[in-house]
Design a binder for this molecule. Structure first.
Ligand SMILES: [Fe+2]
Length: 182
């Protein structure tokens, strides 16, 4: 069985740009669907906004690649399971929201599955050292992805109804505090 696939950087940036844009659309729609309590609507809106910034960053990276291809890795390996989930989300997110079973817990679960994908690893691999001119762009992207994973965990602990999902969020939060202590 194949565990990794190779992508050219322009192709990968195209896919990741599509993912960030799709996540923006997903969170925007979810924010319109789950408006109560106020805190959850604000949470979804802020995720939507961040995804919109991410897709702009990816667009900027694509332009940088065109002008400075030598500063980027030409080929990036991506875990097969991660890419399948990304492609599946891009194709099916719309119909998931429209499904009648799609409640607040399902929305939080979907967000959790997405935000725990190793997208930061992908962004890390697109540009490796020396990457000085682009460091700030990539670092901003990675920090922002980490920050909204943090806020997602808090939202799950507050609003999710599934014990299993709450348990997963707690486990993930435990790994955050380990990192903070280091
Ligand atoms: Fe993102």
């Amino acid at each position: 069985m194949k565990h990794k696939d190779s992508y050219s950087t322009p192709e990968l940036l195209r896919i990741m740009g599509g993912l960030e844009l799709r996540m923006n659309q997903f969170y925007t729609k979810v924010a319109k669907k789950f408006t109560e309590p106020e805190g959850i609507r604000i949470f979804w809106d802020s995720l939507a906004q961040q995804e919109s910034v991410h897709s702009t960053i990816i667009y900027t990276l694509s332009n940088m690649y065109r002008n400075n291809p030598g500063m980027f890795n030409e080929i990036v390996e991506v875990d097969y399971a991660t890419m399948s989930k990304i492609e599946d989300f891009i194709k099916t997110s719309e119909e998931k929201i429209n499904n009648e079973d799609f409640d607040l817990n399902a929305a939080l679960q979907e967000a959790f599955d997405l935000e725990t994908l190793e997208v930061n690893d992908i962004y890390d691999r697109i540009i490796e050292s020396p990457r000085e001119p682009f460091l700030a762009v990539i670092d901003h992207l990675i920090e922002s992805e980490d920050a909204h994973l943090n806020s997602l965990v808090e939202a799950i602990l507050e609003y999710a109804s599934s014990d299993k999902l709450i348990e997963k969020a707690k486990n993930l939060r435990a790994t955050f505090s380990i990192h903070e202590q280091v």
